[in-house]
Write a protein that binds this ligand. Sequence first.
Ligand SMILES: Cc1cc2nc3c(=O)[nH]c(=O)nc-3n(C[C@H](O)[C@H](O)[C@H](O)COP(=O)(O)O)c2cc1C
Ligand code: SF4
Length: 442
Amino acid sequence: MAEMKLLLEHSNDPEYATLKGYLAKGGYTGLGKALKMERQAVIDSVKASGLRGRGGAGFPAWIKWNGIEKEITKPHYMICNADEGEPGTFKDKELMENTPFLVIEGMTIGGYATQSKVGYIYIRGEFVDACRAMRKAIDEAYANGYLGKNILGSGVDFDLYIHTGAGSYECGEESALMSSLMGERGMPRLKFPHAPLPTVAGLWDCPTIINNVETYSCVPFILDRGGEWYATLGASTKNSRGTKIFSVSGHVNKPGNYEVEFGTTLMELLDLAGGMKGGMLKACVPGGSSVPIINAADCERAIIGYEEMAEVKSMVGSGGCMFLNEHTCIVSFIWRTAQFYANESCGKCTPCREGTKWMFQILDRIVRGKGQPGDAELLVDITKQIDGRSFCGLGDAAAWPVAGAIRVFPEEFEYFIKNGRSMVDSAESRAMAPKWAQPAYS
Ligand SMILES: Cc1cc2nc3c(=O)[nH]c(=O)nc-3n(C[C@H](O)[C@H](O)[C@H](O)COP(=O)(O)O)c2cc1C
Ligand code: SF4
């Protein structure tokens, strides 16, 4: 299956980031159609499309949209999660920079369907170019009646604001994002079933929809061409429909964003990215740093789909796909991943605050050549104390890569602990390792 460009079809055309260029390529046809439909029919169209959230969890978009109260008792809000902090993922950045009107149109359609008059795009502060591109596009949309009061003469109002974050991974977690947006510390809140869903009490305790940049960007196509049409894409999979953008990086010849239909194989995605560089395929982290690593044999049979990826014990996640060649030291790779999660833990709950630090400390001593017998088992034990026991998903996200790497490559951990040095003596593993640990790689 070849590359299937839907969202990214015009991403290389600078004109597409202007309103004139966007309209010339059929932009805003979806909104035009939506505004002539009943609100519920718009939600039903999204339901028929089978669209699932592209931010990582794959939750059906229509269930959120349908869950918001139909009678207005408080203001409704729409949030676009543009924090994109997952290491390995850079698709939302490209969408905002090159196809900003897709996000705006998708949010406006969502605003109409859910009776939200105000939307926020929460953008990672480092994404300066994305912020600028979104600002320019929003200004153009306002100036031409596509945002603001009485959009296209329909009587529908929708205002859109940009809010920049300060580059905290945790602020991508939806409840922490809302806290940050409200000016509070970027920490998560109690969640359903212990607290109401955001669709009931989100931003300022009002009904709120939160979706990812890519999720919103799919919506104009669904409304324009129909939910049933969209659902034909990916129909070979159990329950994944449409296309998915993968940010491919690592030891590949052509790193970049590639959009494929669900049902494409992982090896086809690798081919699109120009194949392996510098050596044979050893492993892949298919969906961003938090998803479990898979070995080359599983890569060969992996099919891109939410349920299909689970068959090789990994996930589609946010689509940050890192291919690693045979010269990669998996222990160093996981050491670096663990360091990220220990740094990004917000500290609110004990399993994650303490556990992520312990995992990093143990991996750190292994990489320094000072691992102790039983360290691998200890790491696995700690992952079990974090996974499912933390206050938010960051704890799970920190535990899965460590548990996965030890399950798939136990011999590399055993060798490093026993011999005080990496099993993989190579320039690649030396480059990945910290300077102070170089002796363990030569
Ligand atoms: C620690 C953590 C970080 C997250 N970061 C992001 C992010 O950067 N972007 C994103 O869209 N979703 C992120 N999520 C998922 C969001 O909480 C939420 O599920 C998502 O924005 C919903 O949108 P979707 O249904 O369209 O995927 C993160 C979740 C966790 C636990
Ligand atoms: S799991 Fe706990 S400590 Fe970790 S980021 Fe979430 S709330 Fe903070």
